[in-house]
Structures are given as structure tokens and as C-alpha cells.
Write a new protein. Sequence first.
Length: 163
Amino acid sequence: MQPARLLPVHLYVLTHLKKAGVDYAKMMGKMSGLPLPLIEDAIKDLMEAGLVERDSGSAVKRSKARFKKAFEVHKHHTYYSLSREGELFVRSIDEKWLKEYFDSLLPGGWKVVRALAEAKSFNELPKNLRGDKIREELLLHRFITPSGRKTEFFKLMVEFLDV
């Protein structure tokens, strides 16, 4: 999958699976606050790109699924993990890659994302980073709510990316 075609939800799923080891779509949606169909579509896209794969087996241990509280859990959902290619791709994401990615996503993207990660809400951003176009893009990508607060999705994504 080309970085230009990579949506923020794709990036979130990849980084979530990197942190979690293995997980299922409903939990990714629950943690991020994103609708389940959006997560499922992102997983499907990433599977087609060869970056994510289904995790086989009937049980999952906490050592493999790091977000699980129990030592071992029987699978009641379809679990996913990063493929080898996905693992290598996520490992290759560095500050330079993130800067290019977010700058291609929205005007002044990298500066906006870093400033928003530090601020409490969109309204606290410096004036030069608070244009209507930027606000629209942040809403579109589900980084902020209509009131300007950061979404759980955005908070987790920047935490997982170490922004």
C-alpha cells in the first residue's frame, strides 16, 4: 500500500497491531472510538495490501496479545496481526516518513499534528494553524470532534506513533 493511499485509520490499525501483537476489529473500534465498519474496511484494505493477516489458532496468550488482561483467552472473534511485510513497514516509519505523510494529508500537516498532540483542543492551537481548511481536514480524518476536542482515535494514534 502506497503511503499516499494510506489513510489515518490504516495507520492506526497498523500501529495498534504493532503495540497489541494480535487483536480483533471490535476491540480496535472500541479503543479508538471509530465505527466498527470503518475498522473492518481498513483491515480488509491492509490484508489486500499484504500488511495484515488473520491470526490462526483457537486461543491467544497474553504474551502474544499484549492488551489482554487474562493469561490465555479463547478466541471468540477473528484476530489479526501484522504480516512480515507489515512488521517491516511499521518499523520503517520514522519522523521523516511521518512528516511527509502528514504534510501530504493536510496543509502544514506535521506541524498541526504535533501542535494538536500537545494542545488540549483545536482551539488552543496557534492562530496560524487554525484555518477553516485545516479544521475541515482534521474533522474529515476524525482527529477532532465538531467542538474541537481531540478524539480518542487521534490520541491513541499519536501515542502509538510516538509523536
